[in-house]
Design a protein around this ligand. Sequence first.
Ligand code: MIG
Length: 844
Amino acid sequence: MDKRTRRFFRFIATMAIVATVLSTQAPNVLAVTQPHPDRELNQEAIKKQLQVEGVEQVENGVKLNLSSDQSGFIRLFSEDMAKVSILKQGDNEYFSEAIQKKDWDTPSFEFSEQGNEITLSTKEITIKIKKEPFGVKFLDKEGNVINEDYMQNGSGYDGEKPYVYKKTTDDEAFYGFGEQGGLNVNQRGESIGMFNTDAYAYQTDTKYLYTSIPFFIGLKDEKAYGIFFDNTNRSYFEMASESDDYYYFYADDGTLNYYFMYGPEIEDVLDSYTELTGKMDKPAKWALGLHQSKWQYSAEDIERVAETYREKEIPVDTMHFDIDYMDEYRVFTWADKFGDQELHQKLDNLNFNKITINDPAVKKDPGYFMYDEGTENEYWAKNPDGTNFVGEVWPGDSMFPDFSQKKVREWWTGKHDILFDKGIDGVWNDMNEPAVFDGPYHTMPLDVTFGKGENKRTHEEYHNLYGHDEAKATYDAFEEFKPNTRPFVLTRDMYAGSQRYAALWTGDNVSQWDHLQMSIPMNTNVGLSGVPFVGNDIGGFAGRPDAEMFARWIEVGAFLPFSRIHYDADEKAEVEQGQEPWAFGQEVEDISKKYIEMRYELMPYLYNTFIDASEQGTPVQQPLVYQFQEDKNTHDVSDQFMFGESMMLAPVVKQGQTERNVYLPEGETWVDYWTGEEFEGGQTVHTNAELSHLPIYVKKDSMIPTREVQQYTGEKPLENLVLDTYLSDEASYSFYEDDGATLDYKDGEYNVTNFNLERKGKHIEFTSNQEKTGYDTELDSYTLKLNGEKAPEKVQAAKAKYENVNSVEEVKVNQETYFFDEGSKTLYVNVPADERHKVKLFFK
Ligand code: MIG
């Protein structure tokens, strides 16, 4: 479809929705909210090209005097990262709130100027700047072009709009862009827009969702680069949507500046991008457990659901309190029933963590402390005439805190004791687009203002940052009231860099099969945008799933980085249907329990995957292309994903399907997790997948740390770590451990233990060594679990002979023992954690 046809269909779809809304007044109507219309670039204006009129070398790059009284800076921040800025007269170089690191050590680089070309080169990249017309080209150290301006249109300003055109080739793929709809992970061909929107019941083709991350990764000739267009205004990315020769991005206003970072591996790009915009913190372990939520759970429901989980022994960590817990939606208050001490005591006794929602809007209600304090201190967003902006949200007429101001954020931060005093462990920020029921396009008018004096910004410019700053204020509350506790903030809206403060859930999705399918490309692209901690409402928020859909959804949901079942109020549903694991009958309950238990078993692996995320910006839920960019067949795979480094999941995401094809990436041998059958990579295999079956493939030569199931993450100390291993030649794992709850790791209270298993002719050798000790661990043994082995003749560490026992249970509790399970061909060996000798497993 060309652009015009697509637009026509979008128009028809919009009219259809409008017609439905007008024809029925039923509350269950699914509606998508869209912002004000897109603004296109003026094709005439962009034909006027910039020229370089003067060149000056500066400390970390070059300053250019450009035509039209503009100036340019190209600065090197590292060997493989540069920033390009083009400024109108009088404008300064720009850094938004996304940027965490501004002081970079200038890499050594060479500068030269010859004829029509200026060259900057570091050890890793060369930047060639063409003077007439102005254009930028990035090359790798072998001289291959990684990325270059599309010289017919170049870059510059169309009036207020900064734009950049880039050349592309047919096979270039694009990833990232934060939260995007659609069923394809590769965003080539897409028209993308960024303006945070409360898109209730969005569909696969909805252009504007909640979160704006103007960052993407280009993959060309199997080499990756990243571009971060740091502009908080509404921005647009036309990714070869008009022509296969170019793509372009622009914004409604603001400065032309972008960061370019070279890979060549996607993981290098992400590491640089998250060094620039910040990495997520090490998470609180409880937040990696399952969460349960519903809009309009009563206080009794919350208690009953929590109890039922424990009775049925389905693991879960957290109950959420949605907006009804407040006193008539007044933020930072409690309605009696929900604030009731007995309820909180009950949940505490059942070992639940608790999260409350929090909305930004403050009820306009003289006498209510939030309203009075905010009004007296002038904390509200303002109309252009200086009066306070008032808009309608859940509490009725409301005021909107101006989170752009530090003192307003501090005030907001300081109110969280009202939640924490009830034992609340995490805070969920909703409606922070900000959503305004009676505002134009469901938000504030664009000319509402934030900030004061020279920091004054319009809503139009600040819009995409509103959620970011609210998340920051919320995050800071943990330091203020829960020092030495790891924060957990969940937000609906983000800008680039918000991963420093919060996890993301993808808003009001729908109980539809295509939503389950869409969640995979959506989350994996969020992961490729620096935000590893992401999830979707399991089962769908709007509407209700049937049993089959819920079963398939929990199979995916149990492996989401953020795993929460959440659903819409009953009054909007067409059928009476709960969304707890037991609400669909015994079969689905069993399926739910099986996969939720698996998440808890995999907790050491999941936690370590999050540690990598916090250290290198690694996504937790990864598209196949992340690890296998050299294998072209992975570039468009959108219905499979890597759960961490070693496990590949190929869930069924279509109704009625009980079998599917699975692509196994090249360069690995893959083991069917359930049967042990092995497959060479580089082929598509076919597998059965009846309702209870989630196809999982594990990389050969990988080691996956697991543990016994717990009913909640802190139930039992980790005493025996199971190293689930699929050994061909050699498998290793670097295992990180800390308390999972406090900030003591910052003072060195953590351990890193390196495990290695190696096949040496007729025996296998296991070694472990402590790379770092600082945490007082309770781990006293490891169970090696070797899949697909033979019975050993003996197992020995130096002089100590291990005893052959008769069951898995026995092995796990007795050090220096082993057991071979003939049926499953699995060998178990219990090694004391303080074993300093090699453990040798001898075979005939
Ligand atoms: O206008 O708090 O996305 O998760 O349950 C709806 C009620 C407000 C939207 C959130 C949803 C939440 C609901 N909220």
